[in-house]
Write a protein that binds this ligand. Structure first.
Ligand SMILES: Nc1ncnc2c1ncn2[C@@H]1O[C@H](COP(=O)(O)OP(=O)(O)OP(=O)(O)O)[C@@H](O)[C@H]1O
Length: 455
């Protein structure tokens, strides 16, 4: 077998190596050591590590005397004098077959390099945290995946428009009642756009006092008003550079600011409050509102010119009551979500689902989501039935009973009610005998009614 050239290997290592014999006489240093300390081999060969007069010119903080004395591994931080290089030193003894120390070996790493590695590690950790945050965000929203329900034709159309404009930079105006999913559409546009990964800043125009909104959006220069921060401050348009800004509740923007926003959109430049130099704007704007902006124009609370600037591609979301096809899948999606979150396994009766379908949902999907969460949290019977729904939705008992029975003949209404109550009791009780008892009828009566109603 070919002999291995260990000296060559050691001379090519990145870490520095320093070897002495049992008496502490230097017998080998590798090239990395010489390079790190700007030394020549001849200077070191034969130097004794116990002799401070010899070593102090070369290094401080050596570990090998301790290794040779104790016969144990030692670690220290020392300095190579000529280059003033801080090194992390690990020294170990190597024993002969009689258990006597034969060599002492020190390996040395440049501390600056270790610091670099530490910084690199910190960077990686930071990236990892950012990645985890992004993942959590994606998991939470699950755009286009399991969580976003779009059964109804109008929601499918809204998402199709969102997808088709995502790759462009055109301004989109999303309208719809509160809780209809405007933000979800804005998210979908951002996610599918080339700007995904760049800043996505959402500003609720109605949540910020009018006098602060301007400096929030456009930023300000130092000394431009009392209380202005030293050095000034970048506005959201600047911060979002390269990314997307969602102006939520744009219908609530004060008129004077609407003029300024219009100017910014026309010139594609923004000037900080109190500043002179315009800053080029590189953002994609999405605006959303639950107000009817046309009515705002008529009333003089919204500028018509700004409306046309924003309304390049309109996406109007219908209220949930007009999207019947979405209700059942939304209920199922949220039920699954909250069953998992609260470690439950609730089911919903058909009567309960029918009541959910008939309810008007003034708070739209947000209300439906909250209602399901509440029902899951407060329910310990394992079943969400009509009673639970009535209680949570605050429906009067009469309303529960009249579900689906406002039109048609009395006979049909009676049958419909009978069916709902029997189905609910069967689901709740698990057997016809128990259901009959719960409904206050004989078992045989219930059996006959089930046959007649085809249950
Ligand atoms: N199609 C959908 N599928 C699943 N969840 C949805 C859907 N649309 C909306 N939601 C959920 O409903 C809630 C309200 O949605 P969102 O915040 O997008 O409404 P919004 O119209 O922006 O409301 P607001 O006008 O009050 O800001 C959110 O929790 C959102 O995740």
């Amino acid at each position: 077998m070919k002999e291995i050239d260990f000296k060559k290997i050691c001379d090519n290592l990145i870490d520095a190596i320093y070897v002495t014999d049992a008496e502490g006489n230097t017998i080998y240093v590798n090239d990395a050591y010489l390079k790190l300390g700007d030394l020549r081999r001849e200077e070191l060969m034969g130097m004794n590590v116990f002799n401070p007069d010899q070593t102090k010119q070369v290094y401080t903080g050596g570990v090998l005397p301790d290794v040779l004395k104790s016969g144990r591994r030692c670690e220290k931080v020392g300095t190579l004098k000529r280059t003033n290089t801080k090194v992390h030193i690990t020294g170990i003894p190597i024993f002969d077959e009689n258990g006597e120390i034969q060599y002492a070996v020190a390996t040395e790493k440049d501390v600056a390099r270790l610091e670099e590695l530490k910084d690199h590690l910190a960077e990686l950790r930071k990236e990892n945290t950012q990645g985890a945050a992004e993942l959590a965000y994606l998991r939470d929203r699950q755009i286009y995946d399991i969580d976003v329900v779009m059964e109804s034709a109008c929601m499918q159309e809204a998402f199709a428009v969102a997808r088709s404009v995502a790759k462009t930079d055109v301004t989109v105006l999303i309208t719809g009642e509160s809780g209809t999913g405007k933000e979800i559409i804005a998210d979908a546009i951002y996610m599918a756009s080339e700007r995904n990964g760049k800043p996505f800043i959402k500003l609720n125009c109605s949540a910020i006092p009018a006098n602060l909104l301007e400096s929030e959006l456009f930023g300000y220069e130092e000394g431009s008003f009392t209380g202005a921060r030293k050095g000034g401050k970048a506005g959201l348009f600047e911060i979002a550079s390269g990314g997307v800004v969602l102006l939520d509740e744009v219908g609530d923007m004060p008129m004077d600011l609407q003029v300024k926003l219009l100017r910014v959109l026309q010139s594609r430049e923004v000037t900080r409050v109190g500043g002179k130099d315009p800053i080029p704007l590189d953002i994609r704007l999405i605006a959303s509102t639950n107000k009817n902006l046309k009515v705002g124009i008529e009333r003089g609370t919204f500028r018509e010119d700004l409306y046309y600037r924003l309304n390049v591609v309109p996406i109007d979301l219908k209220p949930l009551k007009e999207r019947q096809a979405d209700i059942e899948p939304l209920v199922e999606t949220f039920l699954k979500k909250y069953n998992t979150r609260y470690n439950k396994n609730l089911i919903m009766t058909r009567l309960a689902m029918a009541m959910m379908m008939e309810y008007s949902w003034p708070g739209n999907i947000r209300e439906l989501k909250n209602v399901i969460e509440r029902m899951v949290v407060i329910n310990f019977t394992g079943v969400i039935d009509g009673d639970v729904v009535a209680r949570v939705l605050g429906l009067p008992a009469a309303k529960v009973q009249s579900t689906n029975s406002r039109h048609g003949t009395l006979k049909a209404a009676t049958e419909s009610l009978e069916r709902q109550m029997i189905e609910s009791a069967l689901e709740r009780c698990g057997s016809k005998r128990k259901a009959a008892k719960a409904l206050g009828v004989d078992h045989s009566t219930l059996v006959k009614k089930c046959q007649r109603l085809g249950i």
